[in-house]
Design a protein around this ligand. Sequence first.
Ligand SMILES: NC(=O)c1ccc[n+]([C@@H]2O[C@H](COP(=O)([O-])OP(=O)(O)OC[C@H]3O[C@@H](n4cnc5c(N)ncnc54)[C@H](O)[C@@H]3O)[C@@H](O)[C@H]2O)c1
Length: 267
Amino acid sequence: MFSLKEKTIVMTGATGALGGSLAHSFAKVGAKIVILGRNQTLIDALVAELQEHTEATGFVVDVLSRADLEQTREKILAHMGCIDVLINAVGGNLPGATIPDHQSIFDLQESDFDQVIDLNLKGTVLPSMVFGKTMSEQGSGAIVNYSSMAVDRVITRVVGYSAAKAAMENFTRWMAVEMALKFGDGIRVNAIAPGFFIGKQNQALLLNEDGSLTERGQKIINNTPMKRFGNPEELSGAIHFLCSDSASFVTGVVLPVDGGFNAYSGV
Ligand SMILES: NC(=O)c1ccc[n+]([C@@H]2O[C@H](COP(=O)([O-])OP(=O)(O)OC[C@H]3O[C@@H](n4cnc5c(N)ncnc54)[C@H](O)[C@@H]3O)[C@@H](O)[C@H]2O)c1
């Protein structure tokens, strides 16, 4: 029921911290993997690692370019023949779209805010349109998006990213309904909401150079009932479930993988 063997899985953001770990988990179960990233050297290195276990290939693509995505879709179809799963792992933040303690909302930098909205919202919408089109023609497919704890709980400082991920969660539900109503019950769209995992973007915010917790890192641990950060590989099981036939009647949900953060009132 959980098998993804021989499924063709297209991944954006796969050369990142969380996406890379997921790609390896797909390789171990024999899925065929297509890595989309921005940096050819990183793509080549990851594809070489994945090829030790399975069929894998990669392309340089800007997820904010519909034309880029469409050209890549044709290459993928020529190479793999179909697209069973799309993982939208692209996402990120910019300094000007956050508000440090010594500033307030009135210091928000509009251009950074716009870019963060584009990356986290359009960066999921455009690949969903382009690869979802193939799924609509096939009558089958699964899309999994990456949301965040910043959607349901306000995380201080993080204004742009939170707004973008909230809109992206809404899009996840919207697209789930759209695909089921217009293209049948074979296409599902879901998201995961990771709690706190150490990645390139948040490492300096959560950990000091000696590995001890920063003040903010400590606050997060205090609000996580399991009292630790997640390990990237702990996201894989939830995502494999959402991609597989075990979730054949599951669409439009956002599954938290967060050590209890979202459930906890802090009291
Ligand atoms: N790390 C965490 O704790 C955490 C928590 C909640 C949600 N998330 C979300 O999970 C996802 C993965 O996070 P991560 O920590 O692995 O991030 P990351 O920064 O390590 O990886 C993001 C990847 O996206 C790529 N990318 C950025 N802009 C792109 C573009 N225009 N076109 C193509 N690729 C582009 C980057 O090159 C990078 O490889 C993101 O959506 C993030 O918002 C992460």
